[in-house]
Design a protein around this ligand. Sequence first.
Ligand SMILES: Cc1cc2nc3c(=O)[nH]c(=O)nc-3n(C[C@H](O)[C@H](O)[C@H](O)COP(=O)(O)OP(=O)(O)OC[C@H]3O[C@@H](n4cnc5c(N)ncnc54)[C@H](O)[C@@H]3O)c2cc1C
Length: 410
Amino acid sequence: MSERPHIVILGSGFGGLYAAKHLKNAAARVTIIDRRNFHLFQPLLYQVATAALNPSDIAYPIRSILRHQKNTNVILGDAAGVDPDRKVVKLTDGEIAYDYLVVATGATHSYFNHQQWAPNAPGLKTIEDALEIRRRVLLAFEMAERETDPAAQKAWLTFVIVGAGPTGVELAGALSEIARQTMVRDFRNINPSSARVILLEGKDRVLPPYPPDLSEKAAKQLRELGVEVITSATVTNIDDQSVTMGETTIPTRTVLWAAGVQASPIAKSLGAPLDRAGRVMVNDDLSLPNHPEVFVVGDVATLKTPVPGVAPAAIQEGTHAAKNIQRLMRGQATRPFHYFDKGSLATIGRAAAVADFGKLHVSGFLAWFSWLAVHIFFLIGFRNRVLVILQWAWAYVTFQRGARLITDRQ
Ligand SMILES: Cc1cc2nc3c(=O)[nH]c(=O)nc-3n(C[C@H](O)[C@H](O)[C@H](O)COP(=O)(O)OP(=O)(O)OC[C@H]3O[C@@H](n4cnc5c(N)ncnc54)[C@H](O)[C@@H]3O)c2cc1C
């Protein structure tokens, strides 16, 4: 009897994990590889970065998630590339052969050819990024408290966020709330509520992918929270003392990057055409051109009809790739992928959010409540759901953020 086919899944984010789950009953050996031992719920990363949640509230061990899936093996490993001709995944410490492959290694932030800005403007993609942002933000208030020079103090109390997509908007709203509500009575020499939170956007409105009326409502809600919104602003330099836009320089000690996105470098090794963001241009069934046994899903892939880089798209694509692999195993033809858009939600702050459900546009408390419900629903792990509900309820009543720890002062 021939051995069962080997399906390898690279990445256990939304795309990879949902592909693995869908292969639960497949007559195959499934191996899922990730450089982390946990699945990370990225949509709530900003809450770790702004001290509202702890890292373990939004991450869950992959082994635990797939504990009952007997055909699936979990490997902690770092992929260096794929050789589609030899059908192997190259790890930094070995190789793994496959019959079918799902590549779901996601994306990271892009500094648009200004990589030198990275040390002074961290982006938000990993737990480490979130903890680094938390450290910088909390430390800025501490440094301002001890600073005697008013101009230097002002720079410590100025926070600039570059990029007004959903992540930039979430960060700006949360930072403003920290300054005006959480920290307001905790210092003696500074008034935290005098902190400036400045949100810069290169396009002419915040939340550019959303309909203009919701962008307007989001900008209004941000301003009500005390955020200074500057649109059509192109950043020309960032250093450890300031952000510059052409002739204008803003003195600041804390810059956060929420602008560009770049696909995982694994994409290059697949040898297929890439788009400008480095994403693999896949066939309409999500397979790699000339390699029907390889599927590429989530943020590392792009289709002729573009699909947004969001969790539901990665989940749907991961599930679809798993279905197509099972069809191939049965000798059937694959099916094209169609994205089912359930709408988009962006939160801004306490009872402030916008929601785009196609013809229905919602803002304010209702949108915010929908955002809470959706994020709790998709959060993996019963313990995480309970803890997050409790912490959100506590924060709502007390305005406090329980994870205000500076763990590394360098
Ligand atoms: C801060 C932030 C907020 C977001 N907010 C929202 C939101 O509110 N709503 C929404 O729908 N979407 C949101 N998104 C987008 C959403 O998280 C992504 O679209 C989604 O995670 C994409 O899933 P994926 O499986 O393609 O990649 P990911 O979820 O990024 O998973 C990729 C996995 O691959 C692993 N990996 C990468 N490279 C390697 C390698 N070389 N070797 C081994 N393993 C590797 C990574 O460790 C990771 O586990 C947000 C993203 C961020 C960063």
